[in-house]
Design a protein around this ligand. Sequence first.
Ligand code: HPA
Length: 235
Amino acid sequence: MSIHISAKKGEIAPIVLMPGDPLRAKYISDNFLQNVKEVSSVRNALYFTGTYKGKSISVGASGMGCPSIGIYSFELYKEYDVETIIRVGTCGAYTANLNLFDIINVDRAFSESTYAFHAFGYSGDHLYHEGKAYETINYRANEMKIKLIKGAIHSSDIFYRDKQGTPEIASKNDCPAVEMESFALFANAKYLKKSAATLLTVSDIIPTHEQMSAEQREKALKVMMELALESCLAL
Ligand code: HPA
């Protein structure tokens, strides 16, 4: 048991898929995993362990923002000997050059967050994915003929802000999309010498206010989940 996860040691697989939303974790486990066991529900941050094509995989929620994913991913790596975490989330596009349903494999996360500096002394405004999960995902996407966009994103601490338009850190560094978690996940993975990757499906286009419907969201996320799960088989 760790402070925020009540699973026993050994009940969490070495690979964890991590959506933000606990009900998304339940959806993945209900629809893609076999032999599922719920292993933690502290604060309703649901964690499940099951098998995918015979491989043991866990899926559990990160919550929203760097502080939240910072806690869950740290405990998974440190207390449960997890080797690889793949975040499977959504992002908002800063540009209409991206389309709803596009999938991004995150190469770097830029952030104004002080998480990495105050936790581990990492200065600088960006951190890279860690380990081999990122390359494995690219390889599998190619085999599965899934189009992936690879590049930098903005890991923002802020969802609601006064000033409209793309924040400077994103425009300056060619970040076409924004989410709120990868920077802390990558910081923990770097510090603990683990593997971390982030897959994001574009769920809203900020300048045009286009958004996925709930039904579209479920279908669109399916492609990303299958890619993540298939990649796990090679990790
Ligand atoms: N901002 C931050 N995170 C997000 C967004 C957004 O617009 N959409 C999906 N995740």
